[in-house]
Design a protein around this ligand. Sequence first.
Ligand SMILES: Cc1ncc(COP(=O)(O)O)c(C=O)c1O
Length: 297
Amino acid sequence: MASVPFDQLDGFIWINGQFVKWADAKIHVLTHGLHYASAVFEGERAYGGEIFKLTEHTERLHESARILGFTIPWSVAEIDEACRQLLKKQGFADAYVRPIAWRGSEQMGVSAQNNKINCAIAIWQWPSYFDPAQKLKGIRLDIAEWRRPDPRTAPSRAKAAGLYMICTLSKHAAEAKGYADALMFDWRGYVAEATGANIFFVKDGKIHTPAADCFLNGITRQTVIDLARRRGFEVNERIIEASELEGFEQCFLTGTAAEVTPVSEIGPYRFEVGEITRTLLEDYTAAVQPKRAIAAE
Ligand SMILES: Cc1ncc(COP(=O)(O)O)c(C=O)c1O
């Protein structure tokens, strides 16, 4: 990514039903979403001009808003259509898509019952979440001090802006030590996920991933589980104890931005970029290709 600040990129942003010039997509300082994190968002990727699992993402955006107690005034179909139109308007085949919905400025305070619900979509080019050279060798993860919260403490199933506070803190701490990202444990001390991606392990030919009971059940996570099962691999979604990290042979992350990213280290533990990881990386790369390209083969 070029070092141009995000508010100075080119093109258009869809905001509350209108396409506006990128530089004009502004909100007021007194916005509830900014002060109280009353905002939910999505991260999607377009491949070859098609947004992968677009409707699943838009449905999750609506569900995240519902969990935060508000209703987005645009239907799933309307947001899907706005994403598709914006992708065309931006002229990108491969791109990252960021819809966001937030409470506006009508009331400032913890209570914001009457605030208008706003919605925007931005699309930009974001080739690789991790350094591409490092990605194939496996990235290095720190172990975060922050833990994924108990679902009784935070709305952990929502892709809500406020939940990323501990992710940014953990990622910054990891980067300061030279790591690419961090593994977060959950409130009970079980293995949970990275700061913006789910985690998988391989041992004795079997795949293990933490049960998504207090963090986002990623759309990529579900896609990769499906691809692995179709290949005949056993996938165990279960509680994973911290003490098990030592015994795993392979590890990889999954996420819309991260795609399938092999992991070579987590703190003192080492992993190889093995056959199963490589197979699933290739299967995922094939799965995200637009259906019409596959149909044309
Ligand atoms: C904290 C967190 N966990 C997991 C994921 C993976 O979710 P998905 O595969 O739906 O992108 C993401 C990315 O959105 C994330 O930010």
